[in-house]
Design a protein around this ligand. Structure first.
Ligand code: ZN
Length: 417
């Protein structure tokens, strides 16, 4: 795929993935088209071949080579993005308006959601136990107060999370769940459970006078999920088992059955090992020969706030994915795993740039330390540079998503240069 095709494919992927559940389903759909088959968790494990498993908003895919694999080459990413989640009893009436009660999910850049149309996306569980994915049109908006009514808004914008962030969705006394049910062709009373999140509906766009920027919702971290998937599908067969692990709930700490702190990846690796007839020692030997590339978006230098970066590490857009380093192991990269990353980038002909935090600015984290702590596999943290991380609409360079996919393909293929 050339860079513009790759970017168009990323745009299509983000658009098809308004929630973590949709992202997992879209990864599964694309894997199915490529010949991977579904492994259900409650069914006997399939030995060999290429399969995937979906658990809620997470998906794990793997491909086992024909001849005795040595270990695992794993790419990890996350499917969720910060925003708002619909409360259990969400419809409220105030002064002639219908509003949706929503909880803050993770750490969104709150002001970026003001005056921006969005829909609801996620899953609904009906009385018969069926799980239905649903994505609405742009029904909601959190209107900002006009400066005429609050002269301070341009100097100090204060947003009370309970009071000021309720989106409007109708005039009069409306019922947002009845509207969702209507989209699904069912009655409101048939909905027994729901996990519905805010989802920006505006299409991604290439911008800038030279077309160097890509603006889109959910780049953190669908840019990595998409690159991992593209890398897996473009990779050559290798002597290791190729694994793509896309977890949910990273934005809220990963502590769930579909998050990176849960047993999902370990369960899949153990069941693959079991299907190959490996004993416990053979499994541990395989882990010792394995690698994890934890891919998550990072920060490009912001021209209005350059002092927040380390002066000697100021990543720019379209200069390749970041190699993320942190002495306190908020990122997993160490000497050997950083060297492996440079080798795969060389083999792929892809630039890469180191990222390390300014000592006075707290560092974020990723799923990398969680999987490394659980499995003890050598790991490295990477990801494309963004501006406006956790905004409703983030921005990256047009070249970096393709660079990341090519590097991950080389990692899966085991071609170190
Ligand atoms: Zn992230």
């Amino acid at each position: 795929m050339n860079p513009s095709q790759h970017l168009a494919d990323l745009a299509a992927f983000v658009t098809a993935s308004p929630s973590s559940y949709h992202a997992a389903a879209e990864v599964a759909r694309r894997l199915g088209e490529a010949g991977f088959t579904e492994q259900r968790e409650d069914e006997p494990w399939r030995a060999g071949g290429a399969h995937y498993l979906v658990r809620d908003g997470a998906v794990v895919a793997w491909r086992v080579p024909d001849a005795g694999p040595s270990g695992f080459h794993i790419v990890g990413a996350h499917t969720d993005s910060p925003g708002f989640k619909l409360k259990p009893d969400p419809s409220a009436y105030a002064y002639g308006w219908s509003q949706a009660a929503m909880e803050v999910y993770g750490g969104p850049l709150l002001n970026s959601w003001l005056d921006r149309e969005f829909g609801l996306a996620g899953r609904v569980i009906t009385r018969d136990g069926a799980v239905r994915l649903v994505s609405t049109p742009a029904w909601l908006r959190i209107p900002q107060i006009a400066p005429h009514l609050d002269r301070s808004v341009n100097d100090q914008l204060h947003l009370d999370k309970q009071v000021h962030l309720k989106p409007v969705f109708a005039l009069g006394a409306g019922d947002i769940l009845a509207a969702v049910a209507g989209l699904l062709g069912i009655h409101r009373d048939e909905i027994d459970g729901h996990d519905l999140f805010s989802a920006v509906t505006e299409a991604p766009a290439v911008i800038g006078v030279a077309g160097e920027f890509f603006a889109s919702a959910r780049l953190d971290n669908l840019s990595s999920v998409h690159a991992g998937l593209a890398g897996l599908l473009a990779s050559e067969p290798a002597d290791h088992i190729q694994v793509l692990a896309c977890f949910d709930h990273e934005e809220i700490g990963s502590g769930s059955r579909s998050g990176a702190q849960g047993p999902l990846l370990e369960t899949v690796l153990r069941r693959i090992a079991g299907s190959l007839g490996w004993d416990a020692d053979r499994y541990e030997r395989a882990l010792a020969r394995s690698f994890v590339v934890s891919a998550d978006a990072g920060h490009a230098v912001h021209p209005n706030y350059p002092q927040l970066h380390d002066p000697d590490h100021r990543p720019s857009l379209n200069a390749g994915p970041l190699l993320k380093v942190n002495a306190n192991q908020r990122y997993t990269s160490e000497g050997p795993s950083s060297a492996l990353w440079l080798q795969v980038c060389r083999a792929a002909g892809v630039p890469t740039q180191p990222f390390v935090s300014n000592n006075a600015v707290p560092c974020g984290s990723t799923i990398g330390p969680l999987t490394a702590t659980r499995l003890g596999i050598t790991s490295v943290d990477v990801g494309i540079p963004l501006l406006s991380m956790h905004s409703a609409r983030e921005m990256c360079g047009t070249a970096d998503p393709g660079y990341l996919a090519r590097a991950l393909a080389a990692f899966y293929s085991g071609t170190e240069g």
